[in-house]
Design a protein around this ligand. Sequence first.
Ligand SMILES: [Fe+2]
Ligand SMILES: [Fe+2]
Length: 196
Amino acid sequence: MALSTFSRASEVDPRPSTSAWQRIRYRVQQFGASLWPRVAPQEIDRVALWLPPEGVALFLRMIKRDQRHSLDVQQSLLIAGHDQPDLLAAALLHDAAKTAQPGHRLKLSHRVAVVLMQAIKPGWVEQVARATPDDWRYPFYLHLHHPEMGARLAQEAGCSQLTAGLIRRHQVKLSAPPVDEEDQLLAWLQIADDAN
Ligand SMILES: [Fe+2]
Ligand SMILES: [Fe+2]
């Protein structure tokens, strides 16, 4: 299948001809959904179709907001017709290391700080990050290193090498056209991740 393009969810207005009031209401609902993300029990049940039992446990340790994001990434892939199991498993766990390690979570405040720091001074986050889990600056390290940490967690949870490889590489954009299966799956994962 050729590379599919996704629209950013935030840019998709389901009813472009609606009134300004309806558009405002839609945006408010969207904002509310991001503040109070919901995951239906049936969605959790379906996670077990793609992950081994330890992988499901890892998924459930993520905060609800990241569970929602991961399910949405997977859903984008499914809608686009991608059914490769390692890819769909990677979609569910690609950001697991951000919040699945109890006591060491990337909170919303850290995410906001990262965005601001990157905008104000490129390289600032890298300067501030510390690898010591007890340090208050550890969440910045977590932000920078969640791909390789997540790959390790996924592998320990029984996921495949290919799933772990996709998670390890998911933040690094391909600099050339895909040359093998992993590259191609990675490109699809990144498109879906960017769209959600
Ligand atoms: Fe990520
Ligand atoms: Fe993501």
